[in-house]
Write a protein that binds this ligand. Structure first.
Ligand code: SF4
Length: 389
């Protein structure tokens, strides 16, 4: 039965669901029927995609030579340890409250054993730290604590920077004057460009991030086939969308015709969301940025514009140290290689041994979007897709 405008909503929903399942099953069958004369490596940029793939056990359903590689899509995983230490030092001042999203509290700052290791430890020792789940909670915190400065410590990609810019706009048009920002804001396309620029990348396809593309537009990702001749598709976050993206990428590889296909047309347009982009441009400049354990990536960071420096919390830090990535990664931790798609989590010798979600050694084991944490929770379904084997 096809869908028409006279049908009740409940029937339409059932027909759409049936249609979706049929399409997903058909794409899965087409992918399973393919044979490969070598490993095919497809990297998913977004942590949300990695979660969909892992939760569904997709790897265990695909041909063994088809490798789905988690990529750089976890913003707290790439926030430099030094910025976490800045947040810890700001929280050690009775006039400040540092607010951050919950995951960030557990990220190891990779300090000496005798020093505080994370915001969680700093909080336990009495520092003023509050876990929040939205910018609205930070505004509430500011209103309830007018005698304190609220430092909003934010690590995020474009999808986070857009609501942060909206929050800045709200604050700008209000009498709130006790919020400052410590920002580790990153753009996603430069890190993908950087990993494809590595001649040893070994990647055959890229699943581009659906949420980022919703904000920034499909066109921003056209560099993947245009510049690097790599197959690509923008995917949504359902199994149906992921399977159609993977199938599209395999077809591009087979036909030797790399392109960018949009398999998230419900929300992603060519130009993206102009209102969100305008807000981001109003408050942030783009500049070089340090990625945890990886180093400086050109034009990959958001920084507050010069006219908003009065709310830049970095200016409150005494002895602001030079940012470096050398001390970001503890001995034995492969987070930078996992982030760049050069290894998968189970390739790391610390995975599920010294490093677990309750005792994270690296940042990738902390967040819901971190590849190591996702794999730890879904290990039996990962089909042992180690890159190093
Ligand atoms: Fe880093 Fe732990 Fe992942 Fe190893 S298992 S890469 S130490 S987060």
């Amino acid at each position: 039965m096809s869908i028409n405008s006279h049908q009740p909503d409940s029937l339409k929903e059932k027909l759409i669901a049936k249609d979706t399942i049929t399409r997903a099953a058909s794409n899965l069958k087409k992918i399973q029927s393919q044979t490969f004369d070598r490993d095919i490596r497809i990297l998913n940029v977004c942590g949300g995609h990695e979660r969909t793939i892992s939760d569904a056990g997709l790897r265990s359903l695909l041909p063994e030579q088809l490798k789905l590689i988690p990529g750089p899509g976890c913003p707290i995983c790439v926030c430099p340890a030094e910025t976490i230490n800045h947040a810890i030092s700001l929280s050690n001042n009775k006039h400040n409250i540092v607010a951050c999203f919950g995951d960030m509290i557990n990220v190891p700052a990779n300090n000496k054993k005798s020093e505080v290791q994370s915001l969680k430890e700093a909080k336990a020792s009495g520092n003023n730290i509050a876990a929040v789940s939205s910018p609205a909670e930070v505004i509430k915190l500011a209103l309830a604590n007018s005698d304190k400065t609220i430092i909003f410590f934010v690590a995020g990609f474009e999808t986070t920077m857009a609501p942060i810019a909206a929050m800045l706009d709200q604050i700008n048009h209000s009498s709130i004057n006790n919020v400052k920002f410590l920002i580790s804001g990153k753009k996603t396309w430069p890190i993908v460009s950087s990993l494809l620029n590595n001649n040893d990348h070994n990647l055959d396809g890229i699943i581009a991030p659906g949420h980022v593309a919703t904000i920034m537009g499909e066109d921003e990702w056209k560099f993947i086939p245009a510049e690097f001749k790599v197959a690509s598709a923008i995917s949504g976050f359902t199994i149906d969308s992921m399977l159609s993206s993977i199938h599209a990428i395999l077809s591009q590889i087979k036909n030797k015709s790399p392109s960018l296909e949009n398999h998230y047309q419900e929300t992603v347009t060519h130009q993206g969301n102009p209102t969100a982009q305008k807000l981001i441009k109003k408050y942030f400049n783009t500049g070089d940025s340090m990625w945890r354990g990886i180093g400086n990536i050109k034009n990959s960071g958001f920084t507050l514009k010069s006219e908003y420096q009065h709310i830049n919390a970095e200016l409150l830090i005494e002895n602001l140290t030079q940012k470096t990535h050398k001390s970001d990664t503890p001995s034995g931790c492969d987070c930078p290689k996992v982030t760049m798609g050069q290894l998968t989590p189970t390739d790391c010798i610390l995975f599920n041994k010294a490093c677990t979600p309750s005792n994270p050694i690296g940042a990738c084991m902390v967040s819901d979007e971190g590849a190591c944490q996702i794999w730890w929770h879904t290990l039996p379904m990962q089909n042992n897709q180690c890159i190093s084997t």
